[in-house]
Design a protein around this ligand. Structure first.
Ligand SMILES: Cc1cc2nc3c(=O)[nH]c(=O)nc-3n(C[C@H](O)[C@H](O)[C@H](O)COP(=O)(O)O)c2cc1C
Length: 189
């Protein structure tokens, strides 16, 4: 594969992950710098990928520790892995947290209801509890359509660097954002 083909494949893989939950790059690990300076990492689901606009998004709870971390240091690294095809993609860039606005409302309204349950907890993520169900109200009926919306945020990432590794081909490629375009180079695997 040429560097141009690899670049196109990366965005194809990301777009496929947005469309289909079963795609390997749907589930990514997102690394931030903790408030105490130590690394922190967690799983997130890729929700949108826009090559032309150079934007990716995932959803999160605005009360979660990663929001405080990204507010202090907006740089993030994502890594995704396709173990069947021996592929890895690493994505580095700066984030912006969408706490209001139409894009966030649209993301909320188009999310399946079971994905929204976590935003309806009365306790912020990470709060210590006596019992596993304590985060939810005891008398919980059918939630209103926007119940939990105030906790829902979209994290937008503008990639500055894409690092692609294909272990089956022993090929590794680096794409660095330069203004509105990308520089492409091979790097040692
Ligand atoms: C399969 C899977 C998918 C997840 N997707 C997300 C996600 O899209 N957004 C998110 O904030 N947390 C997601 N989580 C939970 C996070 O990994 C993490 O536990 C939570 O967000 C708290 O992270 P924090 O304490 O670093 O803020 C997911 C967890 C799993 C197991």
């Amino acid at each position: 594969m040429s560097l141009g083909q690899i670049y196109a494949r990366i965005w194809d893989c990301l777009a496929a992950a947005v469309r289909e939950d079963s795609q390997p790059f749907k589930v990514m690990q997102a690394a931030t710098i903790g408030l105490d300076g130590s690394p922190n990492v967690r799983t997130v689901l890729l929700r949108s990928a826009n090559e032309v606009g150079n934007r990716l998004t995932f959803h999160t709870d605005l009360r979660s520790p990663k929001i405080a971390e990204l507010t202090r240091e907006p740089r993030i690294a994502l890594v995704g892995c396709d173990p069947v095809h021996n592929l890895q993609v690493r994505i580095y860039g700066k984030t912006r947290i969408l706490r209001d606005g139409q894009a966030r409302i649209d993301a909320w309204r188009t999310s399946p209801d079971h994905d929204l349950i976590v935003y309806r907890t009365r306790l912020p993520p990470g709060t210590r509890m006596s019992h596993s169900g304590d985060a939810f109200d005891a008398a919980h009926g059918i939630p209103g359509p926007d119940e939990g919306l105030k906790h829902f945020g979209v994290v937008e990432l503008r990639p500055a660097r894409l690092d692609w590794l294909d272990l089956s081909e022993n090929q590794r490629a680096l794409f660095v954002r330069d203004g509105d375009s990308w520089t492409h180079s091979w790097i040692a695997p």
